[in-house]
Structure formats: structure tokens, C-alpha cells
Design a protein around this ligand. Structure first.
Ligand code: ATR
Length: 285
């Protein structure tokens, strides 16, 4: 198998369905911008075809140097890969695959994307790291919990409609992580430095519950991993109540950076121009 940085320059995003993925737009933008002779393709593979694709990728016979994995393949990809990194092992899911010294490697860059977005859009956001409140305990919240914990937050409160799922994550991510019911959100928000929505609430402009963000420490940060619409109901409400808000689009853009660098050998920039391209694409539907 060839190394990701040698001759082959073909990467993919594999999912089922995958037609709504904006990853091809992002990676194609960078390939053009950096004049790299490569391509990034959508691959729609049903679950029954996924294991044989992973096998071919590992053997170096797929024609690809690596790629992204999206829903519903992230967990099965983790199980099929021999050599996931520590982040992926704790999450039990991967989103980025690449070939290195003849071995198929895997990681999960969602947590990196989450942190890099905040670092980029709100420098100093992590000056106070006493308490973070995370709404939701689905697949997307795991990488966020891990990232916030690894950035050094003292208390992380995971609140979910189905409390049992929040408890499972508290058990998985260690004693700084506490579980609670959705209804405890206002109460746990008291004195918090960071609030993150990882649920699907607010997607496509739907109504969300009203929270009292003013209970948080003044000047604290509210962010949402939902990015359609860009300013979700949570963000609008938090902004109105005087909080600093960061939309979730940057997480999508930044999570793509490490993969691109591994496949194509150059680290790309998340620029305002790229952001605007993706927003135009979202508007066009
Ligand atoms: P993902 O992998 O994208 O995180 P998911 O696993 O389906 O998707 O999780 C979606 C999250 O949104 C969950 O935390 C879910 O709560 P439950 O675990 O109780 O299902 C949350 N969610 C979705 N709709 C919700 C609603 N109407 N009210 C509260 N939480 C909701």
C-alpha cells in the first residue's frame, strides 16, 4: 500500500446516504486553491458493502489514499480498522482514514474541529474553565465532551431527554462529567462558562425551549453544532441575552483540516472565503 503522501491523490467521503455532504465542496476548494493534483469524491455505500470497501482500502487496492467516514459507518469503521488512535478508541467511532507506512490508520477529528472553531471565532473563550453544559447525549455529543474535557474544564454537565444516555457518557468520559435530565438545564447553567447544543433541536429553524442564559457567568460563550440555519434559535436567544455566540459551521470546516493534510501533504486554511462558499451552497440548498 502506498503512503498517503506519495503518488495516489484520491480521497473520499463514504456514507449512506452521502449526497448532502459538504465535504466535497470543502476539499475541492482547497485542492484548487493549493493547485494540488488530486480529487475528493462522494461514495454512497450501503452497510453490506462497507466491510469489503474497508478491506480493499487497507490492502491498497481501492485506488484511494484515505477519506472521511460519515453516517451510518462511523462505528463499524472503528471496529474494522486495526489501528485507531487513542481519541477514536475512547469515542468508539472514526471519521478520518488514511494510509501511513503501509498501514490503515484512523482518527476522529470532530473534537479538533469543535475546539478549533471556538479558538478561531472567539479567542480566549477558554479563559474560564470551571463549568460546561452540554445539551444532548447522541453520537455528536461524544466528541464534544471529550474535547471539552481534554481542554481542561473542571465540570462538564451532560443533559439529555433520555437521562440514561447521558449517564452512559458520564461513565465513559470520567469523573469530571456529570449526567442530568434535560429539565435541569437552567439549574446547571448557573455560573457556567460554556454552553453547547449537540441535539438536533433548532435544525432547519425549528423552535427550541427557552433557556435563561443570563444564569451563566457574564461574558460566557454559547455555541451550537447545528449550522443550518447558521444562527439557530439557541444562538439568537443567547445573543439577545448578552452572551458571546459562535455558530457551528466552523466545526465542519475545521474538522476537515487534519484529513486533508494527511492525504495531500499540505495543511489547508479555513478562510472567510471558504466559509462564504459553503454558506452560499447552503442557501442554494
Ligand atoms: P447525533 O448522532 O447526531 O447526535 P442522535 O444520536 O440521534 O444524533 O442524538 C440526537 C440528540 O438530540 C439526542 O441527545 C436526543 O435526545 P434523546 O437521546 O433523548 O433521543 C436529542 N433530541 C432530539 N430531539 C429532541 C427533542 N425533541 N427534545 C430533546 N432532545 C432531543
Amino acid at each position: 500500500m502506498d503512503d498517503s503522501r506519495e503518488t495516489f491523490r484520491k480521497a473520499f467521503v463514504v456514507g449512506y446516504p452521502v449526497k448532502h455532504s459538504r465535504s466535497p465542496l470543502i476539499h475541492s476548494y482547497w485542492l484548487t486553491k493549493m493547485a494540488i493534483d488530486g480529487c475528493y469524491q462522494r461514495l454512497e455505500l450501503p452497510p453490506e458493502q462497507f466491510p469489503s470497501f474497508m478491506l480493499a482500502l487497507g490492502e491498497g487496492s481501492s485506488g484511494f489514499i484515505g477519506g472521511n467516514v460519515t453516517i451510518p459507518h462511523k462505528e463499524i469503521a472503528f471496529r474494522l480498522v486495526v489501528d485507531p488512535d487513542e481519541l477514536a478508541i475512547e469515542l468508539g467511532a472514526v471519521n478520518t482514514l488514511w494510509c501511513e507506512h503501509g498501514r490503515l490508520r484512523a482518527t476522529n477529528t470532530d473534537g479538533y474541529g469543535f475546539l478549533a472553531n471556538l479558538d478561531d471565532r472567539c479567542p480566549g473563550w477558554d479563559k474560564f474553565k470551571q463549568r460546561a453544559v452540554i445539551l444532548g447525549a447522541g453520537g455528536a455529543s461524544r466528541a464534544v465532551i471529550q474535547a471539552v474535557r481534554d481542554r481542561g474544564f473542571a465540570e462538564i454537565h451532560v443533559l439529555n431527554r433520555t437521562v440514561d444516555r447521558a449517564r452512559q457518557l458520564a461513565d465513559r468520559f470520567g469523573d469530571r462529567v456529570h449526567a442530568g435530565p434535560f429539565e435541569a438545564t437552567d439549574e446547571r447553567m448557573a455560573g457556567a462558562d460554556l454552553f453547547i447544543n449537540t441535539t438536533s433541536l433548532g435544525m432547519d429553524g425549528s423552535r427550541v425551549p427557552e433557556f435563561d442564559f443570563t444564569r451563566m457567568r457574564p461574558g460566557s460563550v454559547v455555541t451550537d453544532i447545528v449550522y443550518v440555519p447558521l444562527m439557530t434559535q439557541f444562538l439568537l436567544a443567547a445573543q439577545e441575552q448578552g452572551m458571546l455566540v459562535v455558530d457551528g459551521l466552523g466545526m465542519l470546516l475545521h474538522q476537515a483540516v487534519p484529513g486533508f493534510e494527511k492525504w495531500f501533504g499540505q495543511r489547508p486554511l479555513v478562510s472567510q472565503d471558504l466559509r462564504e462558499r459553503v454558506i452560499s451552497d447552503m442557501v442554494a440548498g
